[in-house]
Design a protein around this ligand. Sequence first.
Ligand code: ASP
Length: 436
Amino acid sequence: MSIIVSKFGGSSLADGNQFRKVKEILLSDNRRKFIIPSAPGKRNSKDFKITDLLYLCQAHIESSIPLDDVFNLISNRYKAIVYELDLSLDIDIYLNEIKKDIENGASKEYAASRGEYLNGIILANYLDFKFIDAKDVIIFNKYGSLDNEATYKALKNTLSNYEKAVIPGFYGCDPLGNIVTFSRGGSDITGALVAASMNADLYENWTDVSGFLMADPKIVENPMQIKKITYRELRELSYMGASVLHEDSVFPVRNAGIPINIKNTNLPSDPGTLIVKDMEPDYNNPIKGIAGKKDFTVISIEKAMMNSELGFCRKVLSILEQNCVSFENMPSGIDTVCVVISDSQLNNKIDILVDEIKRACNPDSIVVHPNMALIATVGNGMSSNKGIATKIFSSLSDSNINIRMIDQGSSEINILIGIENDDFEKGINSIYKAFI
Ligand code: ASP
């Protein structure tokens, strides 16, 4: 019998009505055996996320301010869910204990993890599935990093005893019994670990959108949905800002070759986006998506005979390293090299970098181009397919956009271009229209 692991995000479990949708989804396919809930998210744009409120409770205690008002918001939310679902569960016992723990100085991570813990208890009760506390199966080492081996072993040993179970997302435990959380959005990682350890056939990630769109809907009007994409393509797009999944959640399932299906709890019949290890390139639709980011600075260095000067690039990169600046990209020509740096990394260090590069490398010229945007056009149908680059470049030139930098990764699934920040939205729209 095949196994599906289903993770539900905060908006999918924000109130009783959402819980009902989740139950219907789970009961509609008996293969959905292991369920990972997030903490309740926002019910509308003015609402609060429970995890944010829990962090706030802990911060109140740290500053010796009573937490009652904030904690009441949390209690009321969970009580309302239990009431709406007509459960006989006594949620007050759990709420009182958590409140006391936070008041007595429990850690920030413990406080934050209780959102998932409580939602897990309620969901397991509502579904009549076994509740498994993530502290017993998601194992961190004493340095706070995930202990993969111990986690896989604990998950396998425990979950194989149950036909169906709920495991709260986002947290685990270290060898001293301290609760440790992943970074924000980390329930995705718990879901991926459960899927990989149980060798699931599919990892479903249920959220409030029907998967990935070909471009940011804030920039392109009504962009098409991506039906199927490879892990590699997704990595390129998410690196450039397209996000639905926590980045670290991809690796466990990718290594195990398990596909991920991003699905919409509010539109369950929508196929969503399927993320797979490999797929045949579609030469008729070579582009999967277009994503990008603004605010980069490019340092453009020129020196005659650079190509034959041993260690030139090493010297440039060491200067970045010594100044704790990481770079995004480094396209090069015969006698030129450009270093693309995100402004968030740069922290006003540009003058120091330029100065040090001048001293160490003695270039013929060094020019700084600020206010650059990068746009990635991604798709495995690009490889061995003629005319894709031409189409991108002509569309930009037709829109009167000057291209400052071009880089095509050796995998041939991504063409990266650098343009002025001001041309960013126009550039994404031009490329989108050229292909769709
Ligand atoms: N509840 C946590 C957060 O808000 C984790 C998650 O939702 O995945 O970040």
